[in-house]
Design a protein around this ligand. Structure first.
Ligand SMILES: Nc1ncnc2c1ncn2[C@@H]1O[C@H](COP(=O)(O)OP(=O)(O)OP(=O)(O)O)[C@@H](O)[C@H]1O
Ligand SMILES: [Mg+2]
Length: 534
C-alpha cells in the first residue's frame, strides 16, 4: 500500500496545487523536493513538493494557543483545526492508458496524494536493466532508495550542463556521468581536466584524506591520457598515453578571442594579430615572438599600430615559457591532434591532463586549439557521411567536457569561439558539450537556453539561479527547491534526458560504483598504491 500524505485542497496549474497534509503524516518528514503522486480520476500526476505552510481553520486558535501541558487539546486541534499544507508542482502526468504526458490538466478537489513508490520511479525514469543500456542511474529521489535514471542517448543529443556552488559535488557527478557514457558506450568523450581529477585518481574530501578512482583507472582500455605535464602524470602513478607537444603554428588568432578577458587584450591588439596572420599565415605567432628589438619596423611593415603590436608581443611572450609549445618552424603538421583523432575513431575516450599548468590562460588556450581542430575533423567526417550515407561512415557522437565553462562561454567569447559554435549548432556535426560551472550567470543567455539537460546542485546567488532556470517552465517553484538543496550531493535534474524534473540524492562514487562499472580493484588497494607512491 502506498503511504497517503494528504489530499488536494486548491491551487492552479501555473501556481501549483495546495494539499492538506494528513494529521497522521509526521510533518517534519516532508521536505521540499519530495517526489509524490496524485491520484486523479483518470490521470496520475507526479509532482515535487516546492513549499510548506502552517495553517489554522480559525484565527482565534492562534490567539489562545494550547499550552505544552494541554496535550489533549493539541491532539484534538490537530484532528481538525490546525494543519499543514504543501504546495506541489505537477511535472508529469500519466494518461488513462498509462502514457507519460506533459501536465495539461489538474486533479479534482480532495484527490489523494501519495508518496511515490519504487514502481513509479522505475516506470517514469526507466530501468538500468533495459537492454538498450540507455538508462543510467545518477541518484535516488529524496528519502527513497530507488535509482533515478537519465537517458544517456538523449543526453548526447544536446549540450548539457552541471552547475552548483563550489564543493557541491559537480566534478564527482561529472565523473559519474562520464563513467556511465563510457561503460554503456553512448559517446566518446574528450575531457579537459584542469585539476587532474578525471584520469588516474582524485582526492576525496573526508576526515582521512582518501582517493577515488579516475576514469583511466576504471576503464584502462577505454581511456587515454594526453598530458601537458607528463612528469606530473608520472608522479601520480601513471604514464600518459601521449605527451602533448604543439607547435606555434597550431595557435590561430581565433584562439586568442576567448583569452581576451584573461589577457586583458584590447580589440586593437586582436586586430593587429589578424594583420600579422594575413601576411604570415600560420607562422604569425612564430614571426611575432621573434621580433623583440624590431617590433616597431615590424608594425610598420604590416600596417599595424606599433603600440598594439607591442602589447600583443608582451602578452603572448609567456607562451615561450610553456614547455609543451615548440617553435617548430615547419609546415603545420599536428601529430597530437592526429593521434587524438585516431583514438577517438577507435572509440577511446580522452582525458587531457594539465598537471601543474593550472592557469586559466593555459586551460583556455589548449582547450580552444584542440577543440577547434577536432571539431573541424568532425565537420569533415559528417560531410563525408552525408555524402556516402553509409552507416559505417556515421561519426560516433563526441562529448567535450569543460570545467569553468563561463570562461569559454561568456557573452563575448560565446559569439566568437569554437565552444560557442558547438553549443549553438547543436549536434549537427555530432559534437556537443558537457559544461561544468559554478557561476552559470557568467554564461551567455542564448547558450544556456540551448542546454538540453541541466543537473543543478545548490546555488545561492540569485543571478546564478535565474540563469540556470532561464526558459524553464515553472521556474519560480524550482527556485525555492534550488535554494533549499543540501550543500553537497543533492541535485535538481531537469531537461531533455530526464523524464520529469526531480530532486535526487546523488549516487555515491565509491567501491560499489566501481563494481557496477565492472571494476574489481578495491579502493583500499588504490589508497595503498597511492600511499606507496608518495
Ligand atoms: N557522488 C559523490 N560520491 C562521493 N563523494 C562525493 C560525491 N559528490 C561529492 N562528494 C564529496 O564532495 C566533495 C566535493 O565534490 P567535488 O570536488 O565534486 O565538488 P565541486 O562542485 O566540483 O567543487 P569545485 O567547484 O570546487 O570544483 C568530494 O571531494 C567528495 O568528498
Ligand atoms: Mg570541481
Amino acid at each position: 500500500m502506498k503511504k497517503v500524505l494528504g489530499h488536494i485542497l486548491s491551487g492552479s496549474l501555473t501556481e501549483g496545487l495546495i494539499i492538506r497534509i494528513s494529521p497522521e503524516t509526521p510533518l517534519e518528514e516532508i521536505k521540499t523536493g519530495k517526489f509524490v503522486s496524485i491520484s486523479g480520476k483518470n490521470h496520475t500526476f507526479f509532482s515535487l513538493i516546492t513549499d510548506l505552510t502552517l495553517a489554522v481553520t480559525h484565527p482565534d486558535i492562534l490567539l489562545f494557543p494550547p499550552t505544552p501541558e494541554e496535550t489533549l487539546l493539541t491532539a484534538l486541534l490537530k484532528q481538525r483545526d490546525i494543519y499543514a499544507t504543501a504546495t506541489l508542482k505537477p511535472m508529469l502526468m500519466l494518461t488513462a492508458d498509462n502514457k507519460p504526458s506533459p501536465v495539461k490538466t489538474i486533479p479534482p478537489h480532495f484527490a489523494v496524494v501519495h508518496e511515490a513508490d519504487k514502481k513509479d520511479v522505475n516506470f517514469i525514469f526507466g530501468d538500468q536493466a533495459h537492454p538498450s543500456k540507455k538508462y543510467f542511474s545518477i541518484g535516488c529521489p529524496l528519502d527513497m532508495d530507488t535509482p533515478v535514471c537519465i537517458d544517456l542517448e538523449k543526453l548526447t543529443e544536446r549540450s548539457n550542463g552541471i552547475f552548483g556552488k563550489t564543493g557541491t559535488g559537480k566534478t564527482f557527478l561529472t565523473r559519474l556521468v562520464l563513467a556511465g557514457l563510457i561503460k554503456n558506450n553512448k559517446a566518446v568523450n574528450l575531457v579537459f581536466d584542469m585539476h587532474s581529477e578525471y584520469g588516474l585518481q582524485a582526492r576525496k574530501e573526508s576526515e582521512n584524506q582518501s582517493f577515488v578512482k579516475g576514469l583511466k583507472t576504471l576503464f584502462p582500455d577505454r581511456v587515454a591520457i594526453f598530458s601537458l605535464d607528463p612528469d606530473s602524470t608520472r608522479r601520480r602513478g601513471g604514464s600518459p598515453d601521449v605527451d602533448i607537444v604543439l607547435s606555434y603554428q597550431s595557435i590561430q588568432v581565433e584562439d586568442l578571442l576567448s583569452l581576451q578577458d584573461e589577457l586583458n587584450l584590447h580589440a586593437t591588439a586582436v586586430e593587429a594579430a589578424y594583420l600579422i596572420s594575413a601576411k604570415y599565415k600560420q607562422d604569425w605567432l612564430y614571426v611575432l615572438l621573434n621580433q623583440g628589438e624590431t617590433l616597431k619596423e615590424f608594425a610598420q611593415s604590416i600596417g599595424a599600430h606599433p603600440e598594439s603590436i607591442a602589447a600583443l608581443y608582451r602578452k603572448l611572450k609567456r607562451i615561450e615559457r610553456l614547455p609543451f609549445f615548440k617553435p617548430l618552424h615547419k609546415a603545420a603538421h599536428q601529430p597530437v591532434i592526429d593521434q587524438m583523432m585516431e583514438f577517438i575513431d577507435k572509440g577511446i575516450n580522452i582525458v587531457v591532463e594539465f598537471g601543474n599548468f593550472t592557469s586559466t590562460f593555459v586551460y583556455l588556450l589548449i582547450a580552444n586549439i584542440i577543440s577547434r581542430r577536432i571539431h573541424a575533423e568532425y565537420v569533415a567526417k559528417t560531410e563525408k557521411f552525408l555524402g556516402s550515407q553509409k552507416k559505417e561512415d556515421e561519426p560516433q557522437k563526441l562529448l567535450i567536457t569543460i570545467e569553468e565553462a563561463h570562461k569559454f562561454l561568456n557573452p563575448q567569447a560565446a559569439r566568437q569561439t569554437i565552444f560557442g559554435v558547438i553549443a549553438r549548432e547543436m549536434r549537427k556535426y555530432y559534437v556537443s558539450l558537457l559544461v561544468v560551472d559554478q557561476r552559470p550567470s557568467g554564461i551567455d543567455q542564448e547558450i544556456i537556453s540551448q542546454i538540453g539537460t541541466k543537473i543543478v546542485a545548490q546555488l545561492t546567488d540569485e543571478k546564478d539561479i535565474q540563469a540556470v532556470l532561464t526558459g524553464v517552465n515553472g521556474a519560480s517553484a524550482l527556485r525555492s527547491i534550488l535554494a533549499s538543496l543540501d550543500t553537497k550531493k543533492q541535485v535538481l535534474l531537469l531537461g531533455h534526458a530526464i523524464a520529469m524534473t526531480i530532486v535526487v540524492q546523488t549516487r555515491e562514487y565509491d567501491e560499489k560504483f566501481y563494481r557496477a562499472m565492472g571494476d574489481m580493484v578495491t579502493a583500499k588497494q588504490i589508497n595503498h598504491f597511492v600511499e606507496e607512491l608518495f
